[in-house]
Write a protein that binds this ligand. Structure first.
Ligand SMILES: CC(C)(COP(=O)(O)OP(=O)(O)OC[C@H]1O[C@@H](n2cnc3c(N)ncnc32)[C@H](O)[C@@H]1OP(=O)(O)O)[C@@H](O)C(=O)NCCC(=O)NCCS
Length: 185
């Protein structure tokens, strides 16, 4: 457990600043999180009101920071401080030293390689700081753009967990990918 005011360190890349979320982010993030195209293949549903986004900031992000987990990171495109998405790694199993990568970005910013750029910085930081043996990622079948992101990050596809996710009343196949500590370039 970290002190109550611990926050993940800010990471910068060529185009992005990745930083901890604050309450002020709820309104600008909502403008992206309300879009059902964004949540077509995510484990969370499109936000209906800004209150839903505030719950994400306060009840999800702040609790993770309290645990000392550097996730979620707000993705911002410099010099604009408003968040356009989120990414980061959380513990899937601390016992087995396995973390999991998650990411999303607003539709207006798709196709520019921004998530790959963000995740490269997050992976470098996470392997150095938390020393997991394995970082995994799950992709709902059909989300080819997300599979491409993982391929560009050097992840290897391991297989499909058939009908392993019940989402909106439908069983989904989930593709699983991983990157091991020793495989980092
Ligand atoms: C998936 C997502 C993270 C990709 O981020 P991005 O920054 O747009 O990724 P990139 O710009 O690197 O583009 C992704 C790749 O997918 C490709 N792609 C895009 N849409 C595609 C589609 N429908 N079918 C196949 N490939 C597609 C792009 O051509 C690109 O590949 P390339 O670089 O080899 O040409 C982003 O679209 C997103 O946030 N989607 C909604 C949330 C989500 O699905 N999150 C992931 C959950 S596992």
């Amino acid at each position: 457990m970290k002190s109550h005011d611990w926050r993940p360190p800010t990471l910068t890349t060529a185009r992005l600043v990745l930083r901890a979320f604050t309450d002020d982010d709820a309104q600008p993030l909502f403008e992206h999180a309300r879009n059902p195209n964004v949540t077509r293949y995510t484990l969370w549903e499109a936000h209906n009101t800004v209150a839903d986004t505030m719950i994400f900031v306060r009840d999800y992000a702040i609790l993770r920071y309290l645990e000392g987990t550097a996730e979620p990171y707000a993705i911002t495109i410099a010099p604009d401080p408003r968040p356009v998405g989120a990414c980061g790694c959380f513990w899937a199993s601390q016992t087995h030293q396995t973390m999991e990568l998650g990411y999303w970005i607003g539709e207006a910013h798709w196709g520019k390689g921004l998530v790959v750029e963000a995740c490269r910085a997050v992976l470098d930081f996470t392997f150095a700081e938390y020393t997991p043996e394995r970082i995994q990622a799950r992709v709902i079948e059909g989300n080819e753009a997300s599979a491409r992101v993982l391929a560009k990050l050097g992840f290897r596809e391991e297989g499909t967990l058939r009908r392993s996710l019940l989402r909106c009343g439908k069983f989904e196949d989930v593709r699983i990918f991983s990157l091991l500590h020793g495989e980092r370039a």
